[in-house]
Ligand binder design. Structure first.
Ligand code: AGP
Length: 617
């Protein structure tokens, strides 16, 4: 979490850094700060609790000149969000300034040692300890900043992406990473450089970028090539410049009020982009290089273990139904945070699939490392190209959903399900579980999903009306069965994370084992009751809610008559195969949470306490 960005070159740093921070705000928004060094070596440091817009207001009343700048948007770990704890942090001499994304776990021990040497601290942060450690190392070894950073980092336990400079030199920035991402943009002839947690802050300036790997440190000096070294053994790393595919349009709101709404509406295209070139419905084949190249492993797998967090974990649960139902492969779905500490039994013939939108989630990354250490083949399903998880896994498939900026995952979820559906169908067919004709039928049907989602989105205003009725409800239940049980969980997560209404998802039949006690005339219950999914059973569950006066919002298949008579509201989805229904039933639930959150005046794209990529445990 936390977003860091920096500029060094010939342009005014302020607009680049401040706009960059706004683009990185999805990573945390507890506080923000910026430091600028002008031509006369004047250092202007502004920081504040709150959002980048608050910082902007403060900075723009003051001096914002200078061609060298560092910025930070924070998701608080050590110390409450206040001005003192905001980054950038300065060393005791005032010469070194740092921004940091991550956690220094042994900061307390280092701090005690520095206190005995006379250092003082203004904040409660681990980062202020780190910048002073670097200063002390530099002093003791009488070395250059790059070397001091390298030595200091070998004494640090934890995770970091840092950018640091010496305000008395205006041509050099040092950056380093372990566990948190960092991208470097390179301007023409090395006349300017950009640093950021992802490439979004600099896409309009350069398409040439370098992504640091873990344990790497880069010395960025104006007018010369970047020098990268391994932190631990000092070996030289070849600079691998990549061409960015991202464009500005993709990271702007494009006329929508919120990124979340834009991303909900992007789903027809995102799903299509995910299966483009992979699902060849007319030819009756699914082509996926990363699966094809490892096909023996997939076909001989005794078990698939899925590791993920949050919404990605819900996509994993949908995959459990897909793999078991279509390909008859046993599946276990694990919270990465539990899996990594549980000493799990992993066998040689198990495949681990790690699902992550950001590709940076710390728990998922640790689960992958654990699975690899036990000899498992690990396959990644990520959205962010070049992310840590994409690089750490043996093989994998990108979802190609495009940047997801709203903190609440929407298109990431449906595109993850799309990839997992493709794999399950392919394996099902190759294993002989799906005959060619059934397989071809599934391919044709999957090919229709983007158009069906497009149609479904037209009911936006109907959902808005339902949202207006329930926007003040203190609680909400979500029920579903089979493929749509994970969708119920996801619907509840969406509502709680952006509207702060307490919501729970349950398998519909579990209701009678406890949650039914909550039902009264004030309790809205969202029930997914699609025609092919244990329909009669779910109808009975709906009756049980009705007889306790609960308010029923039912998601039904178009043309449904039975539920229409019982439910207070119905939302119709187009007919499809039950295995693909999560791709449709999810959409109204996303819209419902979105509208409720907007009506409650919540910050939909940046809900409180959350961050888009969770790079801490
Ligand atoms: C969902 O809306 C969340 N913001 C969150 O649960 C998210 O899915 C989770 O943190 C996992 O992130 P990842 O997919 O980037 O690994």
């Amino acid at each position: 979490m936390c977003g860091i960005t920096s500029y060094l070159g010939y342009r005014d740093a302020y607009p680049i850094v401040i706009n960059g921070l706004q683009r990185l705000e999805y990573r945390g928004y507890d506080s923000a700060g910026i430091v600028l060094v002008d031509d006369e070596y004047n250092v202007n440091l502004y920081k504040t609790k709150g959002k980048v817009s608050d910082l902007k207001e403060i900075a723009e009343k003051n001096n914002t000149s200078g061609c060298m700048g560092l910025g930070h948007t924070r998701w608080a770990t050590h110390g409450i969000p206040n001005n003192e704890n905001s980054h950038p942090h300065t060393s005791n001499s005032g010469n070194l300034v740092i921004v940091h994304n991550g956690i220094i776990e042994n900061y307390d021990t280092i701090k005690k040692e520095l206190l005995t040497r006379g250092y003082t601290f203004k904040s409660e942060t681990d980062t202020e300890v780190l910048v002073n450690l670097i200063e002390e190392v530099k002093k003791q070894n009488n070395c250059k900043l790059g070397k001091a950073v390298q030595i200091a980092l070998t004494n640090v336990v934890g995770a970091y992406a840092i950018a640091i400079f010496d305000v008395t030199k205006k041509d050099e920035i040092i950056v380093a990473r372990l566990g948190s991402p960092i991208a470097i943009g390179i301007g023409e002839d090395n006349k300017e450089f950009f640093v950021a947690s992802d490439a979004s802050p600099f896409i309009e300036y350069t398409k040439d970028a370098v992504y640091l790997d873990d344990e790497e440190l880069a010395i960025i000096k104006l007018g010369r090539d970047i020098r990268i070294r391994k932190i631990n053994d000092d070996s030289v790393v070849e600079t691998n410049v990549q061409e960015l595919k991202l464009n500005l349009e993709q990271i702007e709101k494009g006329g929508y009020e919120h990124f979340m709404l834009k991303e909900i509406h992007e789903q027809p295209k995102a799903i299509l982009d995910t299966y483009r070139g992979r699902l060849l419905a007319d030819k009756g084949i699914i082509k996926m290089g990363s699966v094809d190249n490892n096909i023996a492993k997939f076909l001989n797998a005794n078990r698939i273990i899925i590791v993920a967090c949050g919404t990605s974990w819900h996509a994993g649960l949908v995959a459990e139904y897909l793999f078991e139902d279509l390909a008859r492969i046993p599946v276990e779905v694990e919270y990465a945070s539990e899996f990594r500490y549980r000493n799990p039994v992993i066998n040689k013939n198990d495949i681990v699939i790690a699902i992550s939108q950001s590709g940076e989630t710390a728990d998922t990354l640790a689960a992958i490392k654990l699975a690899k250490s036990k000899g498992a083949f690990v396959f990644g399903v990520c959205n962010v190209v070049g992310s840590s998880i994409a690089r750490e896994t043996h093989s994998g498939a990108y979802t190609h959903a495009g940047p997801e900026i709203g903190v609440a995952s929407t298109k990431a979820f449906t595109t993850q399900i799309t990839i997992l559906t493709l794999i399950a169908l392919k394996l099902g067919n190759l294993k002989g579980e799906l005959s060619n004709s059934v397989f071809h039928h599934y391919l044709q049907e999957l090919n229709l999903i983007p158009a069906k989602v497009e149609n479904l989105l037209k009911i936006n205003s109907e959902i808005e009306n339902i949202a207006a009725i329930y926007k003040d409800a203190p609680n909400c239940l979500y029920l579903g069965r089979g493929y749509n049980f994970p969708v119920a969980l996801e619907g509840a997560l969406k509502l709680k994370e952006i509207s702060y209404i307490h919501a729970e998802g349950y398998p519909a039949a579990e209701m009678k084992h406890g949650p039914i006690a909550l039902i009264d005339e004030f309790m809205p219950v969202v029930v997914i009751a699609t025609k092919k999914g244990h329909y009669d059973k779910v109808v009975s569950n709906i009756q049980e809610i009705k007889s306790r006066n609960g308010k029923i919002i039912a998601i039904v298949t178009k043309g449904d008559i039975t539920v229409k008579e019982i439910a207070d509201h119905i939302i119709e989805i187009p007919e499809t195969e039950e295995a693909f229904s999560p791709l449709l039933t999810t959409i109204p639930l996303q819209l419902l949470s979105y509208h409720i959150a907007v009506m409650r005046g919540c910050n939909v794209d940046q809900p409180r306490n959350l961050a888009k990529s969770v790079t801490v445990e």
